[in-house]
Design a protein around this ligand. Structure first.
Ligand SMILES: CC(C)(COP(=O)(O)OP(=O)(O)OC[C@H]1O[C@@H](n2cnc3c(N)ncnc32)[C@H](O)[C@@H]1OP(=O)(O)O)[C@@H](O)C(=O)NCCC(=O)NCCS
Length: 167
């Protein structure tokens, strides 16, 4: 498996993985599928702002991706980022999410970030287990702040303070 930076040619695969999560899961609290143009603009915006989009390539195909971006807009939050990781459902439990998240954590450390935050649907036991396996800890829970598929959703925050900590 190869973890590398995403390029424009990867946007159809990223789009397919993202839209599957939109249509079929509560991993993302959005009910509107993206278009290819949306994802191209998203990728360009990430690049412009210096945020990574990493893809996992296996047997010549993109199986997953991970990214981080601004946590909150005020300057005091500049050393914190919020991230996400998505793996093609046909490729779950093959270590791809773990490899992507490890690479993202390493990238964040090199970039001088201090904290990574994941906002995870509290029923998403797979993602919670993945994050805890990589040293993320639960930092808070907001009950019923989301709604999808006609039910309320709870948001669990997990965080990891990156090493070495910045003073
Ligand atoms: C969460 C997700 C990224 C995990 O990706 P993955 O490639 O399947 O995970 P990995 O194979 O790397 O798993 C690494 C470890 O995480 C844990 N884990 C991952 N998925 C799990 C699951 N469904 N149930 C329990 N533990 C799980 C396990 O500890 C696993 O190690 P193991 O397989 O040796 O037991 C993937 O399920 C996914 O893309 N889900 C939909 C999108 C999503 O929820 N993204 C996260 C939003 S914050």
């Amino acid at each position: 498996m190869l973890i590398r930076n995403a390029g424009p040619a990867d946007t159809p695969a990223i789009l397919a993985i993202y839209n599957h999560a939109v249509k079929h899961t509560t991993a993302v609290w959005n009910a509107t599928p993206a278009t290819l143009a949306d994802r191209e603009a998203w990728l360009a915006d990430k690049a412009r702002r210096g945020f990574p989009v990493l893809v996992a390539e296996k047997d010549g195909a993109v199986r997953g991706y991970a990214t981080y971006g601004e946590f909150r807009a005020f300057s005091g939050y500049a050393k914190t980022a919020e991230h996400s990781v998505y793996v093609d459902p046909a490729s779950h439990r093959q270590g791809i999410g773990k490899a992507l998240l490890e690479a993202l954590v390493a990238h964040a450390g090199r970039a001088g970030l201090h904290v990574l935050v994941a906002g995870i649907d509290a029923s998403n036991t797979g993602s919670i287990a993945l994050h805890e396996a990589l040293g993320f800890v639960v930092a808070g829970r907001l009950n019923e702040v989301g709604r999808k598929f006609d039910r309320w959703l709870d948001l669990l925050f997990l965080q990891k303070i990156l090493e070495p900590p910045l003073s």
